[in-house]
Design a protein around this ligand. Structure first.
Ligand code: S3P
Length: 438
């Protein structure tokens, strides 16, 4: 895939439904009594893996149209072991959340598998706490396949060794089946979509400072969920419009949960011009529209406590910082090495290949900002959707365009990404034509 530079980024767009919330609406919908109607479902390779996983567990899911699903919940204890491994493909959120749910299906055995990338990612972070709760869980030396023998679960208080919403969510979901109050203590706040949705479904959730607790539940009911646009899918366009001079872009209906929008805080202290308007709530989550105008950026430092709030956007931060005035640093982000690829190495390699000055460190980047357009060139996505999108954003601002190897990986979270990039290019050409003197 080749993406050519654009001389400005203009127009209006809306991105697909949030991936985290889409996964959760299907998984929690499967545990509800009755039907859950999901609107604005973010259809992608990852979320389709979740639909297939719950189907293999006996849950009927009707696809009413491209982004509307109806999940016929089987109740908290109604899932049926498929008798074959459940393939979670590339989806980390699916494998970790499902492990928590399956640990609660007493008397049944399950096996979870995934693709090569998922099989290389750490699983003990989720199996350890589940074991402490009493579940029979085995890994292959900390990796997939994970075998689960669901037994009676005990409530625990668990201090997360790493800030991870996926692990927190797995414990909270297992806590629905425990014998008392299950508490997770976080080293830093992470996305709270699971807590919000469980609460909306009628579970008892309490938050105290850095901890969140769940009580055993009898029944859940969601009814309807409207999924807001994915901030992580909007972020590439926010950065593109910030970097390409003369841009003015509107992105509508985006989830703005403060535990997701750390990139906006970081960009705003770098001097970005992003305005939020039409603030509203969608499915109990803060949402709104964004207006992004291009801006000159200055360097900044990002430290550990900000990392979970911008975890999937840190490659984009590195690009923005490499085009800013001054030297930027990211610290405390060693978690990036445990994503779909080692995102510290993948980002530094990709940006260096395009002429940027980004050096990988153990836990982040050191970035020398040069406020000119990246040269362009060739990058490899390493099968990682966020790296492919990073290449496309750099391309839009580049001098000579960017060729992206394994660009299809965008389908993991955003199958229509390159069509949207193309639409932006056409809008730029059309607005120029409209403004040309007759
Ligand atoms: C996610 C949590 C984050 C994030 C991932 C989605 C979630 O992972 O990187 O893309 O939906 O809970 P960790 O919890 O492993 O940090």
């Amino acid at each position: 895939m080749r993406v050519e530079p654009v001389h400005r980024v203009v127009g209006h767009l809306a991105v697909p439904g949030d991936k985290s919330i889409s996964h959760r609406s299907v998984l929690i919908g499967a545990l509800c009594d009755g039907e859950t109607r999901i609107g604005g479902f973010g259809r992608s390779a990852d979320t389709e893996a979740t639909v297939d996983a719950v189907r293999s567990l006996g849950v009927q899911v009707d696809e009413l149209d491209q982004d509307t699903l109806c999940v016929h919940g089987r109740g908290l204890r109604g899932l049926v072991a498929p008798g074959a491994p459940i393939d979670c493909r590339n989806a980390g959120t699916l494998v970790r959340l499902l492990a928590g749910i399956l640990a609660g299906q007493q008397g049944q055995q399950f096996e979870l598998t995934g693709d090569e990338s998922l099989s290389a990612r750490p699983m003990r972070r989720v199996t350890e706490p589940l074991k402490r709760m009493g579940a029979g869980v085995e890994t292959d030396e900390g990796h997939l396949p994970v075998a689960i023998d669901a037994r009676p679960l005990h409530a625990i208080t668990y201090e997360l060794p790493v800030a991870s919403a996926q692990v927190k969510s797995a414990i909270l979901l297992a806590g629905l089946y425990a014998d008392g109050e299950t508490t997770v203590v976080e080293p830093a706040p992470t996305r709270d979509h699971t807590e919000l949705m469980l609460e909306a479904a009628g579970a008892r959730i309490t938050r105290r400072g850095t901890s969140v607790s769940v009580w055993p539940a009898e029944r859940l009911e969601l009814g309807a969920v409207e999924v807001p646009g994915d901030f992580s899918s909007a972020a590439p366009f926010v950065v593109a419009a910030t970097l390409v001079p003369g841009s003015e872009l509107h992105i509508h209906g985006v989830n703005l949960n403060p535990r997701r929008t750390g990139l906006l805080e970081i960009l705003s202290r770098m001097g970005a011009k992003v305005t939020v308007y039409n603030r509203r709530r969608i499915a109990g989550e803060p949402a709104g529209d964004l207006e992004v105008r291009s801006a000159d950026l200055v360097a900044t430092t990002v430290t550990a406590k900000e990392v979970p709030l911008a975890i999937d956007e840190l490659p984009l931060f590195a690009l923005a910082a490499s085009c800013a005035h001054g030297d930027s640093v990211l610290r405390g982000a060693e978690e990036l090495r445990a994503k779909e690829s080692d995102r510290i190495e993948a980002t530094a390699d990709a940006l260096r290949a395009l002429g940027q000055h980004v050096r990988a460190t153990d836990d982040g980047f050191r970035i020398r900002g040069v406020p000119t357009r990246p040269r362009g060139g060739h990058i490899e996505s390493r099968g990682d959707h966020r790296i492919a999108m990073l290449g496309a954003v750099a391309a839009l601002d580049s001098q000579h365009g960017v060729e992206i190897g394994d660009a299809d990986s965008v389908a993991v979270s955003f199958p229509g990404f390159f069509e949207m990039v193309e639409r932006l290019r056409r809008s730029a050409v059309e607005t120029d034509r409209d403004h040309r003197p007759a």
